[in-house]
Design a binder for this molecule. Structure first.
Ligand SMILES: [Zn+2]
Length: 91
């Protein structure tokens, strides 16, 4: 079940076109494009064996909508945010 908070968070990324809106709503399928806990939009690009039983997903930030090419996120801003999060993990 998606929480209200999640719906609010994903609304800004699904507003550019019907296709992405459908993906973000995730009503008909399990989307591979999701908003992370950090508020960054990620796309799953592959599977990796980190666990013996369950493969992990390899995510990559999405900067442009794959359907209508609208700029969704600024690469510089995302990179800065990820570096900040990484630095926070280190300490
Ligand atoms: Zn779009």
């Amino acid at each position: 079940m998606a929480s209200d908070t999640q719906n609010q968070q994903t609304a800004e990324f699904g507003s550019c076109c019907e296709e992405l809106g459908q993906v973000m709503s995730g009503e008909e399928f399990e989307p591979l494009i999701t908003v992370g806990g950090d508020g960054i939009l990620y796309m799953s690009v592959g599977l990796i064996d980190i666990d013996e039983d369950e493969p992990g997903m390899v995510d990559h930030p999405v900067f442009f909508c794959p359907f209508c090419n609208t700029k969704l996120q600024d690469p510089e801003a995302v990179r800065a945010q990820l570096e900040e999060a990484f630095a926070a993990d280190e300490t």
